[in-house]
Design a binder for this molecule. Structure first.
Ligand code: GDP
Length: 445
């Protein structure tokens, strides 16, 4: 995310760090570079200019220059100002005093609206334990309704549709009745998009707004379109009472300008960001965490939250005890593998760890899905007794042949997995005995 911007900003800070006390000229030079980095990231020049001005005032006006930690303090000021630029505090999703909370999703075609509707429904269901109802009110784009139905099925959320012959206002109203009757907490209405902003679209959206009186109108914009995304947001804001923005495709090689400035230009906060095509690739937007990420300082909070969502603490403790007792089995190995997979692509995780963003050679690294599927297939082809006691398989070539046949792999794949597992178990044994008797364990290494 925003790699070029991050490395340009780090370059500017690097020069300051080497200097100890700073002169006004040092700061001036750094600010020039920061300004250039922002412009390259497609930040509107007026916003960039004001931003730099604020930093200059804070950096030069205080005693900072004379202090020994001047460089760090300048980084902190930039961090604060970036956070403010993106809205300061997190803007949370509204909740109606009396359910259901009605959320209208609007935006141009292709921005990722239908996907965002499903992602948001999944988020509400999985992270907040709510009951959302998805509503298919995009009756113009071919296949929008079936796309929503497929996604709804995937995430186990009901989709309300009346086909493509009933007008969207009517669909929204009837969906609301259905939600009240069915005890749903949220109604997420996927409205029609257009390739460009046009009056008929705006009229239709205004009609829906008037009749269902939504608690939230979220505009979905594509971060890859840069300043266009900001212009689209300004336009929608003039016509509808927008309450927030979902910015999609931040996983792409977007330069970052839209995410940095849309709040400042339109006054409308980003509430969520889309970071991939899959239904779980949506994150609540925290300006402070995003600022740290942009400055290459990592985002440990998001990492911890993701790990907490994916890994059950009780399971983790049990696992640790098993490792200590040297009872780690292939069953445990399989469940660990599946948990790690839930954390997301490796390259995204690296960006969340402070300092790791720099390791460019690791970027693009992903867990090899086909390899993991193979391992899963092999373990699934084993009997429970074999999974718990891999020695049974290690000692018997007929078992290995059976497992290879059953999993559609080769005997050498089975052997390789067993070897790796054995190595891992040995390593674990050494680590666990390290706690009890370090000298003995080190002797074994
Ligand atoms: P709509 O016309 O606005 O409803 O757009 P769709 O929801 O159909 O999305 C358009 C395309 O963008 C699809 O191919 C989605 O998979 C893709 N897409 C949506 N959100 C994201 C995202 O956050 N990251 C990436 N990489 N692709 C996305």
């Amino acid at each position: 995310m925003f790699d070029t911007l991050t490395s340009r900003l780090q370059g500017a800070f690097q020069k300051l760090r080497g200097k100890g006390r700073l002169s006004e000229d040092d700061v001036k030079e750094a600010l020039r570079e920061i300004r250039r980095a922002l412009l390259e990231a497609d930040v509107n020049h007026v916003v960039a200019k004001e931003f730099i001005e604020r930093i200059r005032e804070r950096a030069v006006g205080q005693e900072i220059l004379q202090s020994l930690s001047a460089a760090q303090q300048v980084v902190k000021i930039v961090n604060d100002e970036l956070t403010d630029l993106m809205g300061g505090a997190q803007a949370k999703l509204a909740r109606a005093a009396k359910p259901p909370t009605v959320i209208l999703l609007v935006g141009l075609q292709g921005a990722g609206k239908t996907t965002a509707a499903a992602k948001l429904a999944r988020h509400l269901k999985a992270s907040e334990h709510r009951r959302p109802l998805l509503v298919a009110a995009d009756i113009y784009r071919p296949a929008a309704i079936s796309q929503l139905q497929v996604l709804g099925e995937q995430i186990g959320v009901q989709v309300f549709t009346l086909g493509d012959q009933v007008n969207p206002r009517e669909i929204a109203l009837r969906a609301l009745d259905e939600a009240r009757r069915g005890g749903f907490d949220y109604v997420l209405i996927d409205t029609a998009g257009r390739l460009h902003i046009d009056e008929t679209l705006m009229q239709e959206l205004q009609d829906i707004e008037k009749s269902v009186n939504p608690d939230e109108i979220l505009l979905v914009v594509d971060a890859m379109t840069g300043q266009d995304a900001v212009n689209v947001a300004s336009h929608f804001r003039e016509q509808l009472s927008l309450t927030g923005i979902i910015m999609t495709k931040l996983d792409g090689d977007t330069r970052g300008g839209a995410a940095l400035t849309v709040r400042h230009v339109t006054g409308c906060p980003i509430k969520f960001v889309g970071i991939g095509e899959k239904v779980d690739a949506l994150e609540p937007f925290y300006p402070d965490r995003m600022a740290s990420r942009i400055l290459g300082m990592g985002d440990v909070m998001t990492l911890i939250e993701r790990a907490q969502a994916a890994i059950d603490e009780k399971d983790a403790l049990e696992l640790e005890a098993k490792i200590r007792r040297n009872e780690f089995t292939l069953e445990d190995f399989l469940s660990q593998l599946q948990q790690v997979r839930k954390l997301g692509p490796l390259d995204q995780l690296l960006g969340l760890i402070p300092g790791m963003g720099k390791f460019k050679q690791l970027q693009g690294a992903t867990v090899d899905e086909s390899q993991i599927k193979k391992i899963e297939a092999i373990i699934y082809s084993m009997s429970i007794a074999e999974r718990r006691n891999p020695d049974l398989v290690m000692k018997s070539s007929s078992r290995r042949q059976r497992i290879a046949r059953g999993s559609g792999t080769e005997v050498r794949d089975v052997n390789q997995l067993l070897r790796k597992f054995d190595d891992m178990r040995k390593l674990m044994k050494q680590f666990s005995s390290l706690g009890k008797n370090p000298s003995r364990a080190l002797g074994g290494l």
